[in-house]
Design a protein around this ligand. Structure first.
Ligand code: CTP
Length: 410
């Protein structure tokens, strides 16, 4: 089998100014710089005096392969105007960590140091500013900070987080800087086209588990990765996303509301009442078709006579077909998946008709279950369209574009 395609370098060709103000979260900014570089960006670090109390410019230079700027009097730019030149090249300025004092400076339009000065001097329409606050929970909750953050948003900046949890000071609460990977993903999402802005999307993902007794059950090899990638891609595209997930240990994509279920009936009961509050339903889950007609209360033991137990099975409800048959006013636009082991196009078209859905996405189950890549075949009234082999997030974004295009006419 050919090696899986590399994951997308989502920030390829992007030039990011990464600003650090003073705070212990500066240690996470080193990791962030690395993550941005790994995602393909070029990163120009700018540090305030306070930031240099926590981490050295040498560390940041080594990670980004570029000398760090710390002063507006830096003579390197030919015109000696670092505060102008730096933002003119940038696709975005990310300040992480942004201290309470730094946010106050931004709100007041102060410019005593290079970093607030270049934020003030940036072309506001062309160079977005994303700010990741990091501070003690009392500082975050203070009315002055809350007022400043509201004003910062009103002035057009994007505020990332903050997170909640243990703080360096030993207290617990809101104000932690988001983790490096979270900030990276927020930035990647920020650059994605908002093809589903204002849409509400419901997604099922993963396998289901049908209990035989308290320790055994019937399940399948679905990893949930395609459904989770779709949830992320829909959220990146500006949708409000509800993800009903079977038993999988995958991280919930940022901004996605997750509902955990185990069995097909639980998935059905979570999905059907929620369907009418959504515009799109994407059924990626590999729902078990059958479940044991009854569950044994206790573990089934060997009987000593080498007699294997037999099970009566009963059919599970078809979640996708149920949603697709809701009255028109309550019915989201439905996308089915067809996991097949052969004859993809024929089976996918048969499911399109049997389930009464406008789009079925076929994939070869054994070739993709558990892997990070896939290959999709879109089947609808127009015909067939192949989305060639790629990592699941790339395919999910391509599928989002296909769905958004079909939704336009609704
Ligand atoms: N599906 C569902 N509820 C079920 C079974 C399937 O919502 N009880 C959805 C799946 O999420 C997928 C589509 O229906 O979007 C097709 O699922 P698949 O397992 O490929 O097909 P089945 O309908 O189970 O048919 P078959 O087993 O004959 O392939």
């Amino acid at each position: 089998m050919s090696p899986p395609p590399a994951p997308p370098a989502d920030l390829q060709g992007r030039h990011i100014v990464l600003g650090l103000s003073g705070g212990i979260a500066c240690y996470k900014a080193a990791e962030l710089a690395r993550e941005l570089v790994k995602a393909g960006a070029t990163v120009q670090v700018v540090m305030t005096d306070a930031a240099q109390q926590f981490i050295t410019p040498v560390t940041m230079q080594a990670l980004t392969n570029r000398p760090v700027f710390t002063s507006q009097w830096d003579a390197r730019p030919a015109n000696a105007m670092a505060h102008i030149e730096l933002s003119r090249e940038a696709d975005a300025i990310v300040v992480a960590p942004a201290s309470a004092d730094f946010i106050a400076q931004l709100v007041q339009g102060r410019a005593a140091e290079l970093l607030p000065l270049l934020c003030l001097a940036r072309p506001i329409e062309r160079c977005p500013l994303l700010v990741a606050p990091a501070m003690n929970r009392e500082m975050w909750a203070h009315p002055a900070t809350q007022r400043n953050v509201a004003q910062l948003r009103a002035d057009g900046a994007r505020v990332l987080g903050p997170g909640s949890g243990d703080q360096a000071c030993g207290e617990v609460g809101d104000g932690r800087m988001l983790e490096a990977e979270e900030i990276r993903d927020e930035l990647i999402a920020f650059f994605q086209p908002k093809l589903l802005a204002g849409r509400r999307v419901l997604i099922t993902a993963g396998p289901t588990f049908e209990a035989i007794d308290p320790v055994r059950g019937i399940t399948n090899l679905s990893s949930g990765k395609m459904g989770f990638a779709l949830a992320r891609a829909c959220a990146e595209a500006g949708a409000t996303v509800t993800l009903v997930a079977g038993p999988v240990h995958l991280a919930t994509p940022r901004g996605v509301q997750r509902v955990n279920v185990t069995s097909a009936r639980q998935m059905h009961d979570a999905v059907v009442p929620a369907a009418k509050a959504h515009d799109v339903f994407i059924a990626t889950a590999a729902v078990a078709d059958w479940r044991p007609a009854s569950m044994n209360e206790h573990k089934i033991k060997k009987d000593g006579k080498k007699q294997a137990p037999t099970f009566e099975l009963t059919e599970n409800p078809d979640i996708l077909a149920t949603v697709a048959r809701l009255p028109v006013a309550e019915r989201p636009w439905c996308v089915g998946f067809a996991a097949e082991s052969q004859d993809l196009a024929r089976h996918a078209r048969e499911k399109l008709e049997r389930k009464g859905v406008p789009l079925v996405v076929g994939n070869l189950g054994p070739a993709t279950f558990g892997r990070d890549d896939n290959q999709l075949l879109l089947v609808d009234a127009r015909g067939e369209r192949e989305l060639p082999a790629a990592d699941k997030l790339t395919l999910a974004r391509a599928l989002v574009a296909e769905i958004a295009e079909r939704m336009k006419s609704r």
